[in-house]
Design a protein around this ligand. Structure first.
Ligand SMILES: [Mg+2]
Length: 266
C-alpha cells in the first residue's frame, strides 16, 4: 500500500473527486463495471416528488359532494382512501385505463358517506382535478437534489402512472428532467416492463446504468428490479424500515447513489 495522495486541503480533495468522477462518467470506461456505472436517475412522481394539495383532500371532497347532492364526511376520508386502495385492481395486462381511477375515487366518495346517485359523477369531477398540475406541491427536497444530481452530469427522468400529461407537469413545476413518461401517453402502467424500457431508451442508457427512485414497492421498486435496474425506495412515511435499499428523504439520495461526499445538500 502506498501513501495516500497528498492534498493541500479538504476543499481541493473534494474538487478533485468531482472532476475525476465526471471524467470517468464521460469516458464510458465504467460500462464494463456495472457496480459503479451511473448515468441516469429516474423518479416516480406522486408521493416521491410531489403530493396532492388541499384541492384533492378531504375538505375538497366534502365541497364537491355538496355540488353533487352528497354529504361527505371529511373525517372518514383516510379510512375510505385506504379501503379503496385495498380494493384497487390494476388492469390485468397493466394497460393504462382511465376507469381504474374513477372507480377508485368513487370508492372513496361512497366510503365517505356518498353511497348514492351522484357518486360516480362526483368521482369523475375529482379525477379531473388530478389532471391539474397546480393541484400538486413539490416536496422541499426535490429542487435542490435534482440540481445537485445535474452537477454530476446525470440524465434525469420521470415515470408516473396517472391521468396527467407528464411533460406538461414537469414544465409547470420547472422540473429539470430530460424525459417524462406518463402511463396515459405510453399506454401501460408501472410495473409493466415497457414503461421503464421506454424511459431508458429515451434517456439513452441501459438498465444497469440507471437507478429508479420511488415510494411504491410494487410499482417502482419491483418493476425496476425486474429489469435489472437498481431501485431505491423513498420511504417518506417510514413504513418500510426493513427495506434494504431505502432512504427517507431525497437529501439522502446522493450518498445512496455513491456520489462523492463533497456533495452537500439539505
Ligand atoms: Mg408514487
Amino acid at each position: 500500500m502506498g501513501a495516500p495522495p497528498a492534498t493541500t486541503g479538504f476543499g481541493r480533495r473534494r474538487f478533485g473527486a468531482r472532476r475525476v468522477l465526471r471524467a470517468f462518467l464521460r469516458s464510458g470506461r465504467g460500462r464494463r463495471y456495472s457496480r459503479i456505472v451511473l448515468r441516469a436517475v429516474i423518479f416516480d412522481v406522486d408521493f416521491t416528488l410531489s403530493r396532492p394539495g388541499p384541492e384533492l383532500g378531504p375538505e375538497a371532497y366534502r365541497l364537491l359532494g355538496v355540488a353533487h347532492g352528497l354529504q361527505l364526511d371529511p373525517e372518514r376520508y383516510e379510512d375510505a382512501r385506504l379501503a379503496a386502495f385495498a380494493d384497487l385492481r390494476a388492469h390485468p395486462d397493466l394497460v393504462h385505463d382511465d376507469e381504474t381511477w374513477i372507480v377508485f375515487t368513487e370508492d372513496i366518495v361512497r366510503g365517505m358517506g356518498g353511497d348514492a346517485d351522484g357518486a360516480r359523477a362526483c368521482a369523475v369531477d375529482m379525477v379531473r382535478r388530478w389532471e391539474i398540475h397546480a393541484n400538486f406541491d413539490l416536496y422541499d427536497d426535490v429542487v435542490p437534489v435534482l440540481a445537485a444530481l445535474r452537477g454530476f452530469d446525470l440524465r434525469l427522468g420521470l415515470i408516473s402512472n396517472g391521468q396527467r400529461d407528464l411533460e406538461e407537469f414537469a414544465a409547470h413545476h420547472r422540473l429539470d428532467v430530460d424525459v417524462a413518461v406518463g402511463s396515459k401517453s405510453h399506454g401501460r402502467t408501472k410495473p409493466h416492463a415497457s414503461i421503464f424500457q421506454h424511459a431508458l431508451e429515451a434517456l439513452g442508457v441501459s438498465a444497469a446504468e440507471a437507478v429508479m427512485v420511488g415510494d411504491s414497492r410494487e410499482d417502482d421498486i419491483d418493476g425496476a428490479r425486474a429489469l435489472g435496474m437498481r431501485a431505491i425506495l423513498l420511504d417518506r412515511a417510514r413504513i418500510h424500515p426493513a427495506e434494504s435499499d431505502r432512504i427517507i428523504t431525497l437529501f439522502q439520495l446522493p450518498v445512496a447513489l455513491g456520489l462523492p461526499d463533497g456533495l452537500r445538500v439539505g
